[in-house]
Design a protein around this ligand. Structure first.
Ligand SMILES: N[C@@H](CCC(=O)N[C@@H](CS)C(=O)NCC(=O)O)C(=O)O
Length: 212
């Protein structure tokens, strides 16, 4: 199995967490996003969307971090990253999708690049865009989690899963851009609980061989 990723890519980080939680060994192929390697023909043949991650398992080449994690869940069910009942699974997926679909895409490298190079926003205004949408999004995720009986030490109960694999990379990005997370105590507590686990530590950007 091979993960095509980049140390700072939060979507790749999600998959690394899932692989580690499940104890699956894998090889890395590093796609340097700042050098534009995601747009080279060799990578486009794997993922025409020109984004990481991509994941190869034998003849299967998979894309989209959540599809990859669901594939891992189906092929390696233990330990599960989704809870048991349909309603619980829908809750976990809703948290994961709020991050992966509603927060992350509008703050992606290529979106920030468009703001900067095409719309000529200076770095301060570009970063303001980033902080605004991440703060709005994470406040909504906080409301999904705070005070809910289903929320435990982690996003759902006391076992880490799919929602945590999405939340921790988004928090790491938010910190990198100095987002204000003071209104998100539940998120910060869950992030702190995840950081104590080896699976999350080994997946962190600063612990990847391609880090800069
Ligand atoms: N929905 C995709 C998003 C993938 C994605 O946006 N990856 C980013 C890094 S986190 C990327 O490769 N960006 C390259 C670019 O913007 O040019 C997924 O979940 O896999």
């Amino acid at each position: 199995m091979k993960l095509y990723g980049y140390f700072r890519s939060s979507a790749s980080y999600r998959v690394r967490i899932a692989l580690n939680l499940k104890g699956i060994a894998y090889d890395n192929a590093f796609i340097h996003l700042r050098r534009g390697e995601q747009s080279r023909p060799a990578f486009l043949a794997l993922n025409p969307m020109a984004v990481v991650p991509a994941f190869a398992d034998g003849p299967h080449v998979l894309t989209q971090s959540l599809a990859i994690i669901e594939y891992l869940e189906e092929t390696h069910p233990a330990p599960p990253l989704l809870p048991r009942t349909p309603a619980e699974r829908a809750r976990v997926r809703a948290i994961a999708l709020a991050i992966a679909c509603d927060i992350h895409p509008i703050d992606n490298l290529r979106v920030l690049g468009y703001l900067e190079h095409e719309l000529k926003l200076d770095q301060a205004r570009r970063d303001a865009w980033y902080r605004h949408w991440v703060e709005v999004g994470l406040k909504a995720v906080e409301a999904m989690l705070a005070g809910k009986p289903a929320t435990g030490r982690f996003c759902h109960g006391d076992r880490p899963g799919l929602a945590d694999a999405c939340l921790v990379p988004q928090v790491a990005n938010a910190r990198r851009f100095n987002c204000d997370l003071t209104g998100c105590p539940t998120i910060l507590a869950i992030d702190a609980a995840c950081q104590t686990l080896d699976a999350f530590q080994r997946a962190a950007p600063q612990n990847q061989p391609d880090r800069e």
